[in-house]
Ligand binder design. Structure first.
Ligand code: CU
Length: 155
């Protein structure tokens, strides 16, 4: 897990592949886009734009991925994301390989981060995360999840 803010992206320390993916995402102006799925660089860099109301964490399951890195970028509202280190997911369901996700009911040693607009968090494959959680009260958020094929940086 790495976190940062768009305004200091250049000094974020992120690998160039991830900086480039975020730069592509921002250039696509996700805040002006309808909800949906966008290809930014073939199927190597994808972007899902979402708008929904946050919920209490007990109403959600954590997710993890195997093939894609997630960059969770908040555009509007406030969002809490619960997460854990790689290998900390417990009580997991089957992996959906075609859609590259697995749902898990528990995160061992769970951590939490609160995002404001312009902030992002990166989850590497195997790192469980539960996005879309309420901070103080439930509220509407708009966000982009930028998905980057992990093999682009595994070299
Ligand atoms: Cu995810």
């Amino acid at each position: 897990m790495m976190m940062g803010e768009l305004q200091s992206l250049a000094s974020s320390g992120l690998p160039a592949v991830l900086v480039n993916a975020l730069t592509l995402a921002v250039a696509a102006r996700p805040q002006d886009k309808a909800q949906g799925h966008y290809e930014l660089q073939g199927d190597d860099v994808l972007m899902n734009v979402m708008q929904f109301a946050t919920q209490g964490p007990e109403q959600k399951k954590a997710e993890l991925h195997a093939q894609y890195i997630d960059i969770q970028l908040l555009l509007a509202g406030e969002e809490r994301i619960l997460f854990g280190v790689a290998g900390s997911a417990r009580e997991c369901e089957e992996m959906h390989s075609a859609e590259d996700y697995q749902l898990c009911s528990r995160i061992e040693g769970q951590q939490s981060v609160v995002l404001k607009p312009g902030m992002f968090v990166v989850f590497m494959p195997g790192e469980p995360h539960k996005p879309g959680c309420a901070v103080e009260m439930e509220g509407e958020i708009k966000k982009a999840v930028v998905k980057v094929r992990a093999s682009l940086i595994s070299a």
